[in-house]
Design a protein around this ligand. Structure first.
Ligand SMILES: NC(=O)c1ccc[n+]([C@@H]2O[C@H](COP(=O)([O-])OP(=O)(O)OC[C@H]3O[C@@H](n4cnc5c(N)ncnc54)[C@H](OP(=O)(O)O)[C@@H]3O)[C@@H](O)[C@H]2O)c1
Length: 183
């Protein structure tokens, strides 16, 4: 069950950053299987890279470890903020946060000091992290994957009435769709 906005820490509710969730979601809600994405869509990886480049990107420890395993390093050109209760060692472009409040504070610092004062931070999953931030998410950038694969991780339920679709870019097998929270 997604938490209410009021239950979020003030630092999250009141941040000046635009909080943007970015996810690739199958028709059955699946986003992951065995720690990976259950599809390989190079155009989606490119879209993720272009969209998030030069911004703070908040993610859970499992997603972070999957990226480091695949790339050999955290996302280049971005500051990754890794939510974890563990004492992780990270390279210079990644920082550890032990709760949502410190994750937002780290994103604000990175936006100011490393990303030219950008007013936007991305929330890049996985399921638990999308779910926790959802009440504070201002914009959703979703790659709607026209498939229903087996998986063990799903995007949380979200209320389509609370968002309006602002762009849809159709491709063969998937669409890039952007939703903005209604006032
Ligand atoms: N399709 C997509 O767009 C997309 C995007 C991202 C991920 N994924 C997929 O999703 C799966 C991973 O998602 P997941 O939900 O299993 O894991 P996750 O959200 O990436 O990571 C979960 C971990 O994050 C940490 N965490 C979460 N909230 C926290 C909090 N408030 N405070 C401190 N630590 C916190 C905990 O780490 P500790 O256990 O270290 O405390 C928790 O075990 C993978 O299959 C991945 O490929 C898909």
């Amino acid at each position: 069950m997604t938490a209410s906005r009021e239950s979020l820490p003030a630092a999250v509710r009141e941040t000046d950053l635009e909080l943007v969730a970015i996810a690739a979601v199958a028709a059955n809600g699946v986003i992951g299987r065995d720690g990976e994405m259950p599809w390989h869509i190079p155009a989606d990886l490119e879209h993720f890279k272009e969209t998030t480049m030069d911004h703070p990107v908040i993610m859970g420890r499992v997603t972070y470890e999957g990226i480091v395993e695949a790339l050999g390093e955290p996302l280049p050109g971005r500051t990754t903020i890794v939510l974890t209760s563990r004492d992780l060692e990270t390279p210079e472009n990644a920082v550890v946060a032990s709760d949502l409040e410190s994750a937002i504070e780290a994103a604000e610092t990175a936006a100011r000091e490393r990303h030219d004062g950008t007013d936007r931070a991305f929330v890049a999953g996985g399921a638990s992290v999308y779910e926790q931030f959802l009440p504070a998410i201002d914009r959703l950038i979703v790659t709607e994957v026209h498939d229903a694969p087996d998986g063990d991780t799903r995007f949380p339920e979200w209320d389509p009435e609370s968002f309006r679709e602002v762009t849809r870019d159709d491709h063969d097998g998937f669409a890039f769709v952007e939703y903005v929270r209604r006032e």
